[in-house]
Ligand binder design. Structure first.
Ligand SMILES: *[C@@H]1O[C@H](CO)[C@@H](O)[C@H](O)[C@H]1NC(C)=O
Length: 374
């Protein structure tokens, strides 16, 4: 396999981190994990969901061996179970994509910061620094004026078109989809940096702005999915004060500095020792051949669509206005809406499948409940 085929890039969200401050309510953070596990079970345990996969990814059982192994894990492995590998990686049994790391040495060994091992990643890092970061720096102010951060210490659930608290105290996230009205050029620049609509894999929902509160540290964690990497593009980060530690090795995050590409299956945490909040763009990408990237993008688009149409929940990163408009226009029934960052809800290029009126009105019953994380 051509080494540049090994890592596809999807913009990713790097979840994580936060210092614990005394006396704030933790429930809003901890409820998210159980919700996300419940959602996985509801989708991956449903014959209806897998019938959807059969229809939309033709030949996946016969032609895509590794992808089939991945789906088998999603279906059969215990949710939430961690597996610790000898090199320090921590993966979720359910989210292991088999066969990515060649034992014969044809792929570079896993490293905390893999960018220098792959031409595709080096190019991406350059583009994020030179083409995306300056645009995001200009647009961030507009976003924050229109959508200020939420209160870190409020115990109510976040709702609507807003910043979301997640992962740890002091971390807030807004998907680029949710922010696109105020950061339209950032969304286009990012899409271009990722190689256009398809080459690096559509960004999905884990692309967005991540804020780490001043004088605050994230919790150490692994994202547990061996087919993903994360990129962190600094947007506002005081030099010398902010960074990330991956498997014990620190990398700076500084305004004007390089984007950080990390293998988020190693334990990692972010820190912000400055007196100001730090903002980055986060994006994730998988390590796969193009056909597998497309299959994965379709699989998770189907899961999001299933979440809305069958479970009547809002997938993480989607807001009520956006989903409401997409239900009215019919865009939710096609897959492009779910696959592409910055897709407008009333964009009808999505091709709604032959769904009945009845199904549509059922979809409208979605009530703004919210699920956590992927
Ligand atoms: C990760 O850290 C552990 C503990 O320090 C070390 O043994 C291991 O080699 C590291 N893994 C990599 C890929 O650097």
């Amino acid at each position: 396999m051509n080494p540049t085929d090994k890592f596809a890039v999807m913009l990713v969200l790097l979840p994580a981190a936060g210092a614990l401050s005394l006396g704030y309510s933790t429930s809003v953070y901890y409820n998210q994990r159980s919700q996300s596990l419940g959602l996985d079970e509801a989708a991956f345990g449903s014959p209806k969901f897998w019938a959807d996969v059969d229809r939309n990814i033709p030949g996946w059982q016969s032609e895509l061996e590794r992808f089939r192994g991945f789906c088998e894990n999603l279906r059969t492995k215990p949710p939430g179970k961690d597996v610790f590998l000898a090199n320090g990686q921590q993966v979720l049994a359910q989210y292991v994509y088999p066969g990515i790391d060649d034992k014969d040495g044809s792929t570079p060994p896993r490293r905390a910061y893999p960018a220098d091992d792959y031409l595709e990643l080096r190019e991406l890092r350059e583009r994020l620094e030179h083409d995306v970061a300056p645009v995001a720096q200009r647009e961030l102010r507009t976003l924050l004026e229109a959508r200020p951060l939420v209160d870190d210490d409020d115990s109510r659930d976040d709702s609507g078109d807003t910043w979301h608290r997640a992962a740890w105290y002091g971390w807030q996230f807004m998907s680029l989809r949710g922010a696109r009205q105020w950061m339209p050029e950032t969304a286009s620049a990012l899409r271009a940096a990722m190689g256009g609509a398809r080459r690096l894999g559509p960004a999905h929902r884990f692309v967005g702005l991540a804020r780490q509160k001043a004088r605050c540290r994230g919790l150490s964690h692994s994202d547990g999915r061996n087919y993903m990497l994360s990129t962190l593009t600094p947007v506002a980060a005081p030099t010398g004060k902010c960074g990330i530690v991956v498997n014990g090795t620190s990398a700076p995050i500084a305004t004007g500095g390089p984007a950080v590409i990390l293998d988020n299956t190693f334990p990692h945490h972010v820190y912000n020792d400055a007196d100001e909040d730090r903002f980055c763009i986060i994006a994730e990408h998988p390590a796969l051949a193009p056909v597998e990237r497309e299959a994965l993008a379709t699989l998770f688009a189907l899961k999001d669509r299933f979440t809305v149409l069958e479970l009547q929940l809002a997938p993480w990163g989607y807001n009520d206005d956006d989903l409401g408009a997409a239900l009215r226009s019919g865009a939710v029934y096609g897959l492009d809406y779910w696959k592409e960052i910055g897709r407008a809800p009333d964009d009808r290029r999505a091709s709604p499948s032959a769904l009945t009126k009845k199904r549509r009105s059922r979809g409208k019953g979605f009530g703004g409940k919210r699920t956590a994380t992927r």
